[in-house]
Design a protein around this ligand. Structure first.
Ligand code: SF4
Ligand code: SF4
Length: 323
């Protein structure tokens, strides 16, 4: 007789292929309402082929786990130095300095630090473990029309791992969405998108040279991919445009973005314009990456409304401010 006390996890334990595949996850955020329809669990994966100057999650760019170091909390006790197996930490002026070229992200120092000055961004999990976390909120997904969203970083950077999670969700009839910058080979993209119900697709800049300057890569693959996704795979998508004052918020770029969506995709495609916020800036300090220098402030509310009007005037029918 079936055990009526089965957990939700056991109910969905279907023995899917590749469920033991491991990947690096840096956050699992429950009750998200900005990453697709309904109430969702957003799973943030490490690894991204872009390095946008305004990245809100700079800890997502590298594939490996990394240390956040809060120098203000550090009391210079040296306990982290004693436990580091790689000898990656040295003391300078009473502060524990990490050589990030040799740090493996093992996390030993984070457990030893008495002041919580060190925190690990990213841990290895199997696809099944991620799914088991996500499925805990299945009841909310069903009631609200929600589901899970893979974000990052970019889910294509760990495509086999992402696919394994998406497959488990599909088997459990959980709605799946991914947030992507779209910079992936068509072969990888096509294989993974079989298991995706909705794409949240970023457009950062319409000028390829400027795109390369701001994100590290040109935009041709990104624009080609989104056209093929829309016209060949017919997967529902929302376009998302981060608005970064002084970088991509010129009228010329906003109009070019609107024209691309209206002419190459469809004027009815939901387009979210996302005002820049400063959440990533303190993380850059704690990751000790002074090479990332962004001089931007969040855009004015009125300017966002103006950009929405501009896009609507170019024919777009569904422009939303915010996520
Ligand atoms: S995460 Fe591991 S390798 Fe890196 S500094 Fe800490 S103890 Fe050393
Ligand atoms: S263990 Fe923590 S408080 Fe002590 S030196 Fe290392 S980072 Fe600083």
């Amino acid at each position: 007789m079936k055990n009526m006390n089965n957990t939700t996890e056991e109910k969905y334990n279907t023995g899917s292929n590749n469920e033991d595949l491991k990947g690096v996850v840096f956050n699992i955020q429950r009750y998200s309402i900005h990453d697709g329809p309904g109430i969702r669990t957003t799973i943030f994966l490490k690894g991204c082929p872009l390095s946008c100057l305004w990245c809100q999650n700079p800890e997502s760019q590298s594939l490996k786990p990394e240390i956040f170091y809060n120098a203000e909390k550090c009391i210079g006790c040296g306990r982290c130095i004693a436990v580091c197996p790689e000898k990656a930490i040295t003391m300078h002026d009473g502060k524990a300095v990490t050589d990030r070229r040799i740090c493996t992200g093992c996390g030993a120092c984070t457990e030893e630090c008495p002041e919580d000055a060190r925190e690990l961004a990213g841990k290895y999990m199997t696809a099944r473990e991620v799914f088991n976390e996500a499925v805990k909120d299945d009841i909310f997904y069903k009631r609200s029309g929600g589901g899970i969203t893979l974000s990052g970083g970019d889910p294509f950077a760990q495509s086999d791992f992402s696919t394994a999670i998406l497959k488990l969700c599909r088997e459990a009839k959980i709605h799946t969405a991914i947030e992507t910058c779209g910079y992936a080979s068509w072969k990888i993209l096509e294989k993974m998108l079989i298991y995706v119900d909705l794409l949240l697709y970023d457009l950062k800049h319409m000028d390829s040279g400027k795109h390369k300057e701001l994100t590290g890569v040109p935009n041709d693959i990104i624009l080609d991919n989104v056209k093929k996704i829309w016209h060949i795979l017919h997967i529902p998508l929302f376009i998302r445009i981060p608005v970064i004052p002084g970088y991509n918020d010129s009228l010329q770029n906003i109009e070019a973005s609107a024209d691309f969506i209206a002419k190459e995709l469809d004027p009815s495609v939901q387009t979210n314009i996302l005002p820049y916020h400063r959440l990533g800036e303190s993380k850059i300090v704690q990751l000790e990456r002074p090479e990332i220098k962004l001089a931007a402030s969040p855009p004015d509310e009125h300017y966002m409304l103006y950009l929405k009007e501009i896009m609507e005037a170019r024919g777009l029918q569904n422009v939303v401010i915010g996520g």
